[in-house]
Design a protein around this ligand. Sequence first.
Ligand code: GLU
Length: 381
Amino acid sequence: MPAINRKKLMESVKRVVVKVGSGVLTRRNGLNLNVIDDLTTEICFLRKKGIEVIMVSSGAIAAGLRKIGMSKKPESLSGMQALAAMGQSNLITVYEEAFARHGAKAAQILLTRDDLTNRRRYLNSRNTILTLLSWKIIPVINENDTVVVDEIKFGDNDNLGGMVTNLTDSRLLVNLTNIDGLFDMDPRTNQDAELIKIVTEIDEKIIGAADKIPGFLGKGGMASKITAARKMTLRGIPTIIANGLKPGILKDIFSGKEVGTFFPPNQKALGSKKHWIAFTKSPKGKLVIDKGAEKALLENGKSLLPSGIKAVRGRFDRGNSVVLLNESDRELAVGLVNYNSDELNRIQGVRTSRIEFLLGYKHNDEVIHRDNLVLSLAQVF
Ligand code: GLU
């Protein structure tokens, strides 16, 4: 792979998602106003240079915690949600005031995973954010913590940051945390820890290093930052994990300085729709396919036909995403189905010419069209 010129790459970025973690935004007695002031100053500087910035900001739960004076997070979901409700209003007020000092305006957007898995709502959220950007307003996005339950959760804001990058066609994800980037060990407890400056492949070693660096205030720690970076690089988008407590960090990043940990884009990236299928939609069922279909899909770039299906698992609708398994239960791919689970139970294993006879109608010849199928990302489903 040819070496990437980081400075040149940064010069080409005209839209960026800046995700800021709770550890950056809060201090002992509440929100860290100095840091927020620095960050908003830098964001306004980038905007003046013609770079559109979308913020994904954590800190609601941490701000709520500090507002009420609790020493640690409550165990209950409702407790966390109550804290988020208190902290989110605090957070957005502080951003509004900080941006106003530069004559800029912010807008709050709260999302759940559901909003982005439904293609219509995905496109709606996208239009809203793009409209705000065209009005020169800075969108400040967080997960809608007060209403989310497990099934509709992004889980952590690193994942949300990645999805928003994809949603808005941003060309870079900057993930600001309270350490300089990914280290080989936890730098807060090991003096010898070394910063990993560039990650061209997210292998076991990198995942192992990340696992050793948990988060304290936020949900994710380094592990979820690496997962988000991996999804981004597969989309052809670079990620930089850097220290949001360092004044001037965004300016440094955009001037091409080698700060933080840089994840260059993967050259065999997925297109936007396939990335959405692979990473945003949650699979609702599984299809076991036979050896012939496995070969046709993996080696010959074909679509999935009913004849290759051996078993249908779970209940799902037309348009849902399903995971494809081979006969040894290995996950091969994920794709959008043209038939629901009841229909597939009736047409599995039959030739295409029999679909209409068995169902009384035919939506398509293919159960999953090639264009709606993402292969060989099995380990991330
Ligand atoms: N949405 C959460 C908050 O604002 C943060 C989630 C995370 O730390 O990743 O408090």
